[in-house]
Design a binder for this molecule. Sequence first.
Ligand SMILES: NC(=O)c1ccc[n+]([C@@H]2O[C@H](COP(=O)([O-])OP(=O)(O)OC[C@H]3O[C@@H](n4cnc5c(N)ncnc54)[C@H](OP(=O)(O)O)[C@@H]3O)[C@@H](O)[C@H]2O)c1
Length: 278
Amino acid sequence: MNKIKLNNGLSLPQLGFGTYKITDEEILDKLLPKAVDLGYGLLDTASYYNNERAIGDCICRHTLFGKLKVCTKIWPKDYGRDQTLYSIEKSMKNLRLDKLEGLFLHWPSEDFEESWKALEEVYEEGLCNFIAVSNFHKQHLEKLFVHANIKPAIDQLETHPLLQQKDMKEYLSQHNIQLEAWSPLARSVEKLTDTAVIEEIASKYHKSPQQIVIRWHIEEGNILIPKTSKLERLEENKEVFDFSLSREDHNKIAKLDSGIRVSQDPEDENWLKEIREK
Ligand SMILES: NC(=O)c1ccc[n+]([C@@H]2O[C@H](COP(=O)([O-])OP(=O)(O)OC[C@H]3O[C@@H](n4cnc5c(N)ncnc54)[C@H](OP(=O)(O)O)[C@@H]3O)[C@@H](O)[C@H]2O)c1
């Protein structure tokens, strides 16, 4: 499994898996041990996903301690120093872990500076291996840098061939912050996987459109966390290390960048206010 070095010297597997909307314990019970068997080492969750307890139970049942690097996120309703510390404590209890891999601020809503301080405290105490942000654009990071003692190791952003985040990637690389792609498959919407370009490349390599998109992320240097609730797709999504895309393939995929999102935009102030309440 390819690894990516973060700005604090720690290395993370480049390909992990996401768990948004997987709350069914029976599914997690099959998925997690299979992921470990297949060599996935990185799991992405969030307090918002309502599955931390189910994940923690599976980790216990299958004794997966130390076999999965678990990252979670703090939801904006829990921003502010004390609430953030409480949210982290709750997540760790639910996940049955006494150390997390990474802790993320989920969105750049009001009071994120106070929450970042709480993350710094928890990191200094050694309760996680890195601290990070999600959905932070340049203006949010500039605001965070004013009072931060520690720079985020990662910025998790919606990233896929329809939204390639070229400007943010350049900015993040100037600040030595790694991009991690959420919705890396653009949720497998037809707009992406049925584009003639991806299909044509897929048939050339005898791969699925999703495998082409995953390979593209790998070669772009993104960490990525595709989600699937199906065991066979978990396996399929990892079979991407036996071929490489050509320069011509990359040029064709570069032209798909059209700014199309499958979810909320961090520039949407109403959304950022709304999630501070819910
Ligand atoms: N930081 C944030 O704000 C944020 C926001 C959204 C997501 N995330 C994280 O990013 C992870 C991934 O994003 P996502 O879940 O939104 O979308 P995604 O990974 O881009 O796409 C998931 C969809 O693709 C399907 N799929 C997966 N592999 C496939 C394959 N090989 N062939 C065909 N279909 C396939 C899945 O269906 P099946 O399950 O039926 O296979 C699911 O419908 C999340 O789970 C979460 O951990 C973070």
